[in-house]
Design a protein around this ligand. Structure first.
Ligand SMILES: Cc1cc2nc3c(=O)[nH]c(=O)nc-3n(C[C@H](O)[C@H](O)[C@H](O)COP(=O)(O)O)c2cc1C
Length: 197
């Protein structure tokens, strides 16, 4: 089966959790998955050693993690030569009205890095008031009020998660199927479920 690299950037851990769920879905389909936080990539890791690469980042103040931008820029040529996917975690994706803004963040990132992945996933993030300091909490309440005004939970001071895990798993399965098609392999998990139908 295929070898996948999942490289992600994260602030309070939501994108790390999304990356873990994606890695689990790929592993269940029989693939080898290596998951790395962009801030801690081992110096001997070679992107070219993988059949496919997924890159994930969250949006903080309208931008993605600098380490992710750097990862994509410095591996752009090798990424362009492989099946790739990008996933983004943001509050904007948590509402209908924020979706255009979420798509704009992605467009800016792709233009900026000049990298155009085969698949793109946009997921709602989380408000982690319990992890924010005083100033960040104040700022996030303002951002939440502006971004997700139609959601009453946004006014709560407790943690709120907007990630749709079914969407995350569907995205991972779609990327896996795309890569399997490119590699000319069939996931044993998929053949078993087809046999039992
Ligand atoms: C300081 C800060 C700034 C943020 N700015 C934005 C923003 O500009 N647009 C947006 O859609 N979401 C914004 N968010 C929401 C995050 O994208 C969301 O909380 C996400 O779950 C963070 O994922 P992470 O924990 O992996 O970093 C911001 C969050 C924080 C903490």
């Amino acid at each position: 089966m295929g070898s996948f690299l999942v490289c992600y950037g994260t602030g309070e851990g939501q994108t790390a959790t999304v990356a873990t769920r994606i890695a689990e879905t790929l592993t269940e389909r029989g693939h080898d998955v290596t998951s790395e936080n962009a801030d801690e990539i081992p110096s001997d890791l070679l992107v070219d050693d993988f059949d496919a690469v997924l890159v994930g980042a969250s949006v903080h103040r309208g931008a993605h993690q600098p380490a992710i931008r750097e990862f994509v820029r410095s591996n752009r040529d090798v990424l362009t030569s492989k099946p790739t996917a990008f996933f983004q975690v943001s509050l904007s994706s948590a509402t209908e009205t924020g979706r255009a803004q979420a798509a704009e963040y992605v467009d800016m990132f792709l233009e900026d890095t000049d990298w155009y992945p085969d698949r793109i996933g946009l997921f709602g993030g989380a408000l982690r008031y319990s992890k924010y300091g005083f100033l960040k909490r104040l700022m996030m309440k303002q951002i939440a009020r502006r971004t997700i005004s139609e959601m009453s939970e946004a006014d709560a001071s407790g943690d709120v998660e907007f990630t749709d895990w079914v969407e995350v798993e569907a995205f991972a399965a779609d990327v896996a199927a795309f890569v399997e098609g490119r590699l000319g392999v069939t996931s044993p998990a998929v053949s078993e479920s087809e046999l039992s139908e």
